[in-house]
Design a protein around this ligand. Structure first.
Ligand SMILES: C[C@H](O)CC(=O)C(=O)O
Ligand code: MN
Length: 347
């Protein structure tokens, strides 16, 4: 399959360093870090930046990891410095509720991205209703979209559109898609949706985040995501600064200042990285087996504690088709693998 960018248009670019990057940063962002990153993104012309716990509003918990500083404080810090960009937050129904959304809006959030498993758009009706009632720009996030075919995803996206979504995203949470997968999924949504725009959110577990984003643009994607230095779950996301340079070369720059983004990535985010996400052994396994990227650090920590290879844990989670919200399976799988290994040794 070949992709033709000649019909692609300059996309709306959303940066999620302060939300997807929160996974890699183990939810330890400080208001000073958030302020500096937001100011730089705003000055470079980013349309919107997302700020929240990695697992969305209300994510700070034993299950998902405690934040160092409340996300409301981070949102307020960002709002103090941002002049043009919209401030967005992510909400996973069941983790975040009306209370968290209301507080986030009071702190300055103007746009909410409502994320469901790609088979469960129907649980988001109330949340889109709430978002619209609060006057927010409302965006749907169909997570783990590699797990279902394009026509199925188009039905789910239509549901979100009927609930009031302004944009619906194909989300490659596992970084498991090939360019053709991204293209066909975005195309199906473009053909099905009547009003809502279509977005694409990439992960780099197979080293394809930028390539898949280009394939999504060739299919007509209106919105795309990035994070500075690709700082995000798994092998990270499409790096915003790289995406900006690529869009510029392709004649698709929506007004981003490439060199300001390169400076922000190099001098602001580079020095504070807990680690540079890249497709290493365990994160390639995530893309290969189609596992939720957020599971990477949990699997590494639990694997280390129990002496079980994180790669084996991730592959087994892929076999069981674990999805967002099933973080408790990671420990269960690790314990089962350990027991199995002990049994095999005893035999
Ligand atoms: C809660 C997840 O981190 C949302 C996301 O960015 C993804 O599924 O990818
Ligand atoms: Mn993500």
């Amino acid at each position: 399959m070949s992709f033709d960018l000649s019909f692609a248009k300059p996309p709306v670019v959303v940066d999620t360093t302060l939300r997807d990057g929160s996974h890699a940063h183990r939810h330890q962002y400080t208001p000073e870090e958030a302020r500096a990153i937001a100011q730089a993104l705003d000055a470079a012309g980013i349309y919107a930046l997302e700020v929240a716990h990695g697992d969305g509003l209300g994510g700070s918990s034993l299950q998902y990891g405690f934040s160092r500083v409340s996300e409301l404080e981070l949102i307020r810090a960002v709002r103090e410095v941002v002049q043009r960009a919209k401030v967005a937050a992510l909400l996973l129904p069941g983790i975040g509720t009306r209370k968290e959304l209301k507080e986030a809006v009071e702190a300055g959030v103007q746009m909410v991205r409502i994320a469901t498993q790609c088979t469960e758009a129907d649980i988001s009706e109330q949340h889109f209703g709430m978002a619209k009632e609060m006057g927010l720009l409302a965006v749907g996030f169909l997570m783990m979209s590699h797990m279902r075919p394009p026509e199925f995803l188009a039905e789910q996206a239509l549901l979100m559109e009927s609930y009031g979504a302004d944009v619906v995203y194909i989300v490659d949470s596992a970084g498991a898609m090939l360019p053709e997968d991204a293209y066909l999924r975005v195309r199906a949504l473009k053909e099905a949706l009547k009003r809502a725009k279509v977005g694409f959110h990439a992960h780099n577990n197979l080293g394809l985040a930028i390539g898949n984003t280009l394939a999504a643009l060739a299919a007509g994607a209106d919105w795309v995501d990035g994070t500075l230095r690709g700082y995000g779950a798994g092998a990270g996301n499409a790096a915003t600064e790289v995406l900006a340079a690529v869009l510029d070369k392709a004649g698709l720059n929506p007004g981003l200042e490439v060199f300001k983004l390169l400076d922000a990535a190099e001098y602001l985010v580079g020095p504070i990285l807990h680690f540079q996400p890249y497709p290493d052994r365990d994160s390639v396994a995530i893309g290969y087996a189609g596992v939720y990227s957020t599971f990477l650090l949990h699997a590494k920590r639990i694997g280390k504690e129990l002496g079980v290879d994180p790669l084996a844990i991730l592959l087994e989670l892929g076999r069981r088709q674990a999805v967002a919200g099933q973080e408790d399976w990671i420990l269960r799988v690790a314990l089962e693998l350990k027991e199995k290994e002990a049994g095999a040794l005893a035999d």
